[in-house]
Design a protein around this ligand. Structure first.
Ligand code: ADP
Length: 261
């Protein structure tokens, strides 16, 4: 039985998070809570801060104000002399391994085979034994339908296949949350479906918490528990997909959906 909707635990929490580039406020006192096992899509106009949400959660970018929690613990901050201060790079690196991210440009290691791409971080970062990492990576290759390509280098794989390796590689770290940043945007239209199918089956079979930035409105509607409409670094409107797509309340949401649907 699928019990994924039963959890009320908050896994990710953005509390009044502000991110600026120079004077440009990209995230504006953002509050966002993601429950365990929830599938959340982030949609909105270009430049509204969607990718930045994922990048600050992945700790690739530092926030200027506020705090982000992962599983009840501060992610962006560390304790120092009984106070919480912004975490240093060493601390962030440790926490980062709990989060899996798949990028628009697959970012695979070009000199490694598909399988090697999936065992590198579990061995180097988690200290997993090679045999165990390989066994798990083989299962993941199977899961993304690429068992027969495990010994190929990325340059010999199609875009869709490379992206499926990237998904397997992120899962190999057993992340608490998976972040998907426009993962089909760089793909030829005919292979978009194979990547979406992998996400669809992961969502059905496993209790994964996923946050997905996407332009694929049909897919967001089908797969999400909740859709957040971003504008100017804030959530203008959010709700279950049917509600947000069929009966948006906010004028800006209506305009955006009118333009893209
Ligand atoms: P979205 O994903 O919604 O298109 P982004 O989160 O990528 O938006 O970017 C939000 C804003 O931040 C944009 O105006 C973008 O130009 C700016 N921005 C993003 N990254 C940087 C950066 N490294 N330096 C300066 N400005 C940036």
């Amino acid at each position: 039985m699928n019990n994924k909707k039963d959890s009320n635990d908050i896994l990710v929490k953005f509390s009044d998070v502000t991110k600026k580039y120079g004077d440009l406020v990209v995230l504006d006192k953002l509050n966002l809570e993601i429950k365990k096992n929830e599938m959340v899509s982030i949609i909105g106009p270009s430049g509204s801060g969607k990718t930045t949400v994922l990048r600050v959660l992945m700790t690739l970018e530092r926030i200027n104000q506020g705090i982000i929690y992962l599983d009840g613990e501060p992610l962006t901050h560390m304790p120092e002399k009984e106070k919480l201060v912004f975490a240093d790079e060493k601390y962030l690196r440790k926490r980062r391994s709990k989060i899996g991210m798949v990028f628009q440009q697959f970012n695979l290691f070009p000199h490694m085979t598909a399988l090697q791409n999936c065992i590198e971080a579990p061995i180097e970062v988690l200290g997993m034994k090679k045999e165990e990492a390989e066994e798990r990576a083989l299962d993941l290759m199977d899961l993304v339908g690429l068992s027969d390509k495990k010994d190929e280098h990325p340059s010999r794989l199609s875009g869709g296949q490379q992206q499926r390796v990237a998904i397997a590689r992120a899962l190999a770290m057993r992340p608490k949350v998976m972040l998907l940043d426009e993962i089909t945007s760089a793909l030829d239209p005919e292979v978009v479906g194979e990547v979406l199918n992998v996400i669809r089956s992961l969502n059905k079979k496993y209790d994964l918490t996923m946050i997905m930035v996407t332009h694929q409105m049909g897919f967001a509607r089908e797969i999400s528990d909740r859709v957040c409409f971003f504008n100017e670094g804030k959530i203008f409107e959010q709700g279950p997909p049917q509600q947000l797509f069929d009966n948006p309340q906010n004028e800006r949401t209506k305009q955006f959906l009118h333009a893209v649907l």
